[in-house]
Design a protein around this ligand. Structure first.
Ligand code: CAA
Length: 292
């Protein structure tokens, strides 16, 4: 099945990043976002990110050489491939849908059941979930063989991989079509089983959690922990700064799932839980382990 047009449900950080890379790759994109303010904010951010990509020499459109005028022209061309709407029924003719709404199971189940009602029976419904069971999402539809995980990484335009996640019911055809779409979007696809946290979050979240525990126990301050991990392990950023980028609420919710499904070694650090309760969610709220 050749994919020329996709729909993305949700225009938060991940949804707008997915829409951007799809449009940059030449696909037509429908993006469904119910909040008007989020739609407007995302339109501006997608445009800014495309211009930044052109100036960095990573996005080419219109044959320019990266000047500000080239960046604006490329942003016009690429943005024109994205249609913004608040109406999920507009996804009716789409063969491939990527859901990227907030990480709440009841919300995702509702979106999957609505998409199942409006999309053609042959359409593939993918979820960008980082922790919710794909098999449970698949069971909210009448096409469990055509439900799959497509887990992108933040910031989507800069991060190379995508985890293609098999639910217990996902067919081989669905996995292959999803892998080809990820590659068409310029990403490197890795196929994994739908076990809790898949691969990246299962390995990454204990690192972030342990860094928070070290801070909580007073082993060192945040700058020291991050500085050591960055330079000592050659990571692009320290685990606490990365937690701020991902969102502390997202980290805690993934840790809760891992704790519930895989045991005590994933029990979230009390400091992380306290910070989320205090509204310190990281970059998106202006404060986490650092101020922004
Ligand atoms: N499109 C494409 N590429 C772009 C771009 C755009 N719009 N804007 C910038 N770039 C390119 C830059 O040209 C640069 O490329 P090179 O490395 O080839 O020079 C690269 O992206 C990095 O850009 P910058 O130099 O501006 O930024 P940086 O060097 O400070 O790196 C970073 C920023 C990529 C975020 C880096 O710090 C990093 O990799 N951090 C770790 C991020 C990470 O681990 N993310 C995963 C989180 S886990 C997750 O998301 C899953 C989950 O479920 C929670």
């Amino acid at each position: 099945m050749e994919i020329k047009r996709i729909a993305v449900i949700g225009a938060g950080t991940m949804g707008r990043g997915i829409a951007e890379v799809a449009a940059v790759a030449g696909l037509d994109v429908l993006i469904v976002e119910v909040s008007e303010s989020q739609r407007k904010l995302s339109q501006t951010q997608v445009r800014k990110s495309i211009e930044q990509g052109v100036r960095a020499g990573k996005i080419f459109a219109g044959g320019g050489s990266g000047t500000t005028a080239d960046a604006a022209a490329a942003a016009d061309v690429i943005s024109s491939r994205i249609i913004w709407t608040d109406d999920i029924d507009a996804a009716a003719m789409t063969k491939f849908v990527i859901e990227a709404v907030p990480e709440e199971e009841s919300l995702k189940l509702d979106v999957f059941s609505r998409l199942d009602g409006v999309c053609p029976p042959t359409a593939i419904l993918a979820s960008n979930t980082s922790s919710i069971s794909l098999t449970r999402l698949a069971s909210a539809t009448g096409r469990p063989d055509r439900v799959v995980g497509m887990h992108f990484f933040n910031p989507v335009p800069m991060m190379a991989p995508v985890e293609i996640v098999r639910a217990a019911t996902t067919s081989e055809d669905t996995v292959e079509t999803t892998r080809r779409l990820a590659e068409q979007m310029g990403k490197q696809a890795f196929v994994v089983q739908g076990r809790p946290g898949f691969v990246v979050n299962r390995v990454l979240m204990p690192l972030i959690n342990e860094a928070a525990i070290a801070l909580h126990e007073g082993v060192a301050d945040a700058v020291t922990i991050d500085g050591l991990m960055k330079l000592g392990c050659n990571h692009p950023m320290g685990p606490l700064r990365l937690a701020d980028l991902v969102g502390l609420d997202v980290c805690v919710s993934i840790l809760h799932v891992l704790h519930r499904e895989l045991g005590d070694k994933f029990c979230p650090c009390p400091l992380l839980i306290d910070m989320v309760q205090a509204g310190k969610l990281g970059r998106k709220s202006g404060e986490g382990f650092y101020k922004y």
